[in-house]
Write a protein of this length. Structure first.
Length: 104
């Protein structure tokens, strides 16, 4: 009986440890070998809603384009598929914000 409890405890501990790593990696479209470029906006690039507002903690995603790993933050899980339908449109908004921040 104690052996079964020990095995179940170890299995549960393994799952609990693996979940945060898997949830972070699940949102990427590639394995990031370098640190991603930080997200320059305080709102969701898709919906325009403030990050960390009524929708809770932002959804983080690493998007790889032209060899650059860009951090993207969404207000909710529903915005990620919209981003992926037309990433160039949203990446232009992000790049324009980065350029504006660089000037300031």
């Amino acid at each position: 009986m104690k052996l079964n409890q020990l095995i179940c405890g170890l299995a549960l501990a393994t799952v609990v440890i693996a979940i945060p790593a898997a949830s972070r990696a699940d949102g990427t479209n590639s394995a990031a070998s370098t640190n991603p470029t930080p997200y320059p906006l305080d709102h969701c690039v898709v919906s325009g809603d403030k990050l960390g507002g009524d929708m809770g903690k932002p959804i983080e995603f690493i998007y790889q384009t032209n060899g650059i790993n860009q951090e993207i933050k969404f207000c909710c899980p529903m915005c990620k598929p919209q981003f992926l339908e037309n990433p160039d449109k949203y990446m232009k908004v992000i790049q324009d914000a980065e350029a504006k921040n660089a000037k300031n």
